[in-house]
Design a binder for this molecule. Structure first.
Ligand code: KIV
Length: 261
């Protein structure tokens, strides 16, 4: 089934949706075959696929390169390009770079971090026909100034999150990511939002959830965040398969007649 931004927005209040990130053709094919409605080409590319410590080194060129591959692998999903660090400080920057995601990579929408302070950027993109997924709560691109603290644990911070939500909804965001938000506050924000909320480490009351595919598949040997659940342990399978291959080569069992011309 072909998903559209419009259909996704209208799904508000329906059965919760499991969404994933992907960065390449192979993993996009997995998501496509599983029928994932929306795939984020996240700037977690930098940490998950490129080995950096934070998302800050992700560049526009790298994001476009990977988004193109995901688009080719997942023709039916909504593909969202994640605006990397410093790609949207001003409205003209945001328009130019968001336009690249749609024009060059074939994305359907973009995501960007920020609430009240980014409402003008979101409104400008939306008015040019670019669907925007907002991202409030813990914002990894600001880690150097804020750290990775969970949001919404005080009444003041919950109020600040409500203000961020209202601002991005008013600006026209079609959905809102809630990252690292206390579950009861995410519940409140989800009831308050007229568009779907997407939780990442934000409890179990959201309209949809993101999992980084490498965490979901157990592809990484680094410690995943507490909220990430591994549904497979493919890294162990991969290491075992490579070891078997090396052993068979050493034992003269591979290549054999069945695998030769
Ligand atoms: O880049 C990313 O993986 C994200 C998360 C919200 C899923 O932004």
């Amino acid at each position: 089934m072909k998903w559209t931004v419009r259909k996704f927005r209208q799904h508000k209040g329906g059965a919760p949706l499991g969404l994933v990130t992907a960065y390449d053709y192979i993993t996009a094919r997995f998501a496509h075959r599983a029928g994932v409605p929306l795939i984020l080409v996240g700037d977690s590319l930098a940490t998950t696929a490129l080995g950096h410590a934070t998302t800050i080194p992700a560049t526009m060129d790298a994001m476009i390169h990977h988004a193109e591959a995901v688009r080719r692998g997942a023709p039916d999903a909504i593909v969202v390009g994640d605006m990397p660090f410093l790609s949207y400080p001003t409205v003209p920057d945001a328009l130019r770079n968001a336009g690249r995601f749609l024009r060059e990579a074939g994305c359907d929408a973009v995501k960007l971090e920020g609430g009240v302070t980014k409402a003008d950027v979101i409104a400008a993109l939306v008015s040019e026909g670019i669907p925007v997924q907002a991202h409030i709560g813990l914002q990894p691109q600001s880690v150097k100034s804020t750290g990775y603290a969970v949001r919404g644990r005080s009444a003041e911070d919950a109020d600040a999150l409500r203000a961020d939500l209202d601002a991005v909804v008013e600006a026209g965001a079609f959905s809102v990511v809630l990252e690292g938000v206390a579950p009861e506050v995410a519940d409140d924000l989800t009831k308050r939002a007229p568009v779907p909320t997407i939780g990442v480490g934000a409890g179990w009351h959201c309209d949809a959830y993101y999992l980084v595919l490498a965490d979901l598949l157990g592809l990484s040997d680094s410690q995943p965040p507490k909220f990430a659940k591994a549904y497979a342990h493919l890294a162990d399978d991969a290491v075992a398969a490579i070891s078997s291959y090396m052993a068979e080569v050493a034992d003269l069992k591979y290549p054999d007649a069945a695998h030769s011309y």
